[in-house]
Design a protein around this ligand. Structure first.
Ligand SMILES: Nc1nc2c(ncn2[C@@H]2O[C@H](COP(=O)(O)OP(=O)(O)OP(=O)(O)O)[C@@H](O)[C@H]2O)c(=O)[nH]1
Ligand SMILES: [Mg+2]
Length: 466
């Protein structure tokens, strides 16, 4: 753990705005503030916690001073927050004066690290502070808030309680093993174990979805050149992001952009149209298309119906797109695009001819008739995208952090060892050892068991001032 005697400070407000907040934390910081700030009445050092005072930094600025006293503050230490005018000059001058008075600039995440060390929050909650600040969709925010408020930690502590019960049942058996008494009811042990393994696995598995919520659900837009991929990207973003033209092969590299639909962050990837290219650069672009299609959660496969002669050639084009998608693990939405042309162009067949062939009828493949140009079918597409993610506000706890997911998998793994050991009648002291390993992995999430290196790694990703 870090020594907590230093008084630390950092600007804590975001960029822009008229007011800037400078946070100061550590024992003695109230007295230190008095070296800088003159209150209209009294001194900071005599002011009770949860007070707001008007003051002046002589020759520099008028400030509002918020005073918090240990342990009732964010960090659990004495804290002062100065709200000053957001001028770069004022800010750097205050920071200089604080340094000269003996405080030092906080490291990234150091306020939150101190909050963790002082027992104000556990590690999972501390990590949620970073998530809540970076969240850009309502779903991302909901998960971060649940984690910050301790919803996830509560779930972990339920599992921990179960494992501790298991552990004590085993210890009991260990104590009496000399007399060869099987104290613990093995059936009860096994059912407790099964439930805990199941719970850890379900949480670890939720990371795939949780990660998508956090970083944006990747959606690749693929199809032949000129099928309307870039037009669709622009329509989804409601922005002229990608170049659209009637020259096949316009998009050569992938274009990636995020946007929030139905509270979920999506990462749309427009790609180079797939065809037999002779040009080396286009070939490289098409290779990227294949790669992006393989990595996506959802693939939007476009077929230009004006280029499709009949239902057979439509079925063939749909099969080609499906061949690029693993429908066991990915969702494919086939878009019969340019349906607006069916009204004006006699060469375009009745769109009702364009249906999915029987061999593509699969729960993970859908077909939508669309006009990326006029917006017809867009609403259906958006709804389909949202439901394909499997994310809903009823999803409950989703693990959004790779470190947590790895620790939960390791917990489940160690518990499996216990279960296998029990099945093959291993001595109880060996089983108890594996159970301790499981508890250690679980404890690493909330910080019951954590090394300084791990803490250093976690908090270094925070911004200064958090
Ligand atoms: N009528 C009609 N035209 C469309 C529609 N979608 C796209 N287009 C037109 O089709 C042409 C090609 O559109 P793009 O969006 O550039 O096609 P792309 O799939 O990105 O093409 P590449 O980048 O070359 O692979 C443009 O002239 C668009 O205006 C549609 O729904 N209806
Ligand atoms: Mg394009």
């Amino acid at each position: 753990m870090l020594p907590n005697e230093d008084i630390i400070f950092a600007p804590a407000s975001g960029n822009g705005g008229a007011v800037c907040i400078i946070r100061i934390s550590g024992s003695g910081c109230l007295e230190l503030a008095d070296k800088l700030v003159r209150l209209r009445r009294g001194i900071v050092g005599d002011t009770p916690g949860f007070s707001l005072r008007y003051g002046e930094i002589p020759g520099l600025d008028e400030v509002l001073v918020s005073i918090f006293r240990a342990p009732k503050s964010y960090t659990g230490e004495d804290m002062v927050e100065l709200s000053c005018h957001a001028s770069q000059y004022i800010l750097s001058e205050i920071m200089n004066r604080l340094s000269n008075a003996g405080a030092r600039v906080a490291e990234p995440g150091e306020f939150t690290r101190r909050a963790f060390v002082n027992g104000k929050m556990d590690l999972a909650q501390a990590e949620a502070v970073a998530d809540i600040i970076s969240s850009s969709s309502s779903e991302q925010h909901r998960l971060a808030l649940n984690q910050l408020k301790g919803g996830f930690s509560k779930e972990l502590s339920d599992i921990r309680a179960q494992l501790l019960e298991l552990s004590s049942l085993m210890e009991l058996e260990l104590d009496f093993s000399e007399e060869e008494v099987e104290f613990a009811d093995r059936r009860k042990l096994k059912s407790l174990l099964d439930a805990s393994i199941e719970h850890c696995r379900a949480l670890a598995d939720s990371f795939k979805l949780g990660n998508a919520v956090r970083n944006g659900v990747p959606v690749a837009i693929i199809g032949a050149p000129n099928s309307g991929k870039s037009t669709l990207l622009n329509a989804l973003l409601k922005d002229d992001r990608a170049i659209v033209s009637d020259i096949p092969g316009t998009t050569r590299d992938t274009v990636e952009e995020t946007c929030v639909l139905g509270g979920i962050l999506f990462r749309f990837i427009d790609t180079a149209g797939i065809r037999k290219a002779s040009d080396e650069i286009e070939k490289l672009g098409i290779q990227r298309t294949y790669k992006k299609a393989a990595q996506a959660e959802i693939v939007l496969g476009l077929i230009d119906i004006a280029e499709t002669l009949d239902s057979n050639s439509f079925a063939e084009a749909a099969r080609e797109l499906a061949g690029l998608v693993d429908t066991e693990r990915q969702n494919l939405i086939i878009l019969a695009n340019k349906v607006d042309l069916s009204a004006v162009n006699k060469n375009v067949k009745d769109i009702n001819n364009f249906v999915l062939p029987v061999d593509l009828q699969n729960a993970n493949i859908r077909l939508i008739h669309l006009s990326a140009k006029t917006g017809q079918g867009m609403e259906e597409l958006v709804q389909s995208l949202i439901s394909s993610t499997g994310i809903s506000s009823a999803s409950g706890t989703l693990v959004t952090n790779a470190r947590h997911a790895a620790a939960l998998s390791a917990t489940a793994e160690a518990l499996l060892q216990v279960r296998d050991g029990m099945a093959s009648n291993l001595p109880t002291d060996l089983l108890a050892e594996d159970l301790r390993t499981a508890l250690n992995h679980l404890g690493s999430i909330t910080g019951h068991i954590t090394s300084n290196e791990v803490l250093g790694e976690i908090f270094s990703t925070f911004c200064i001032g958090k």
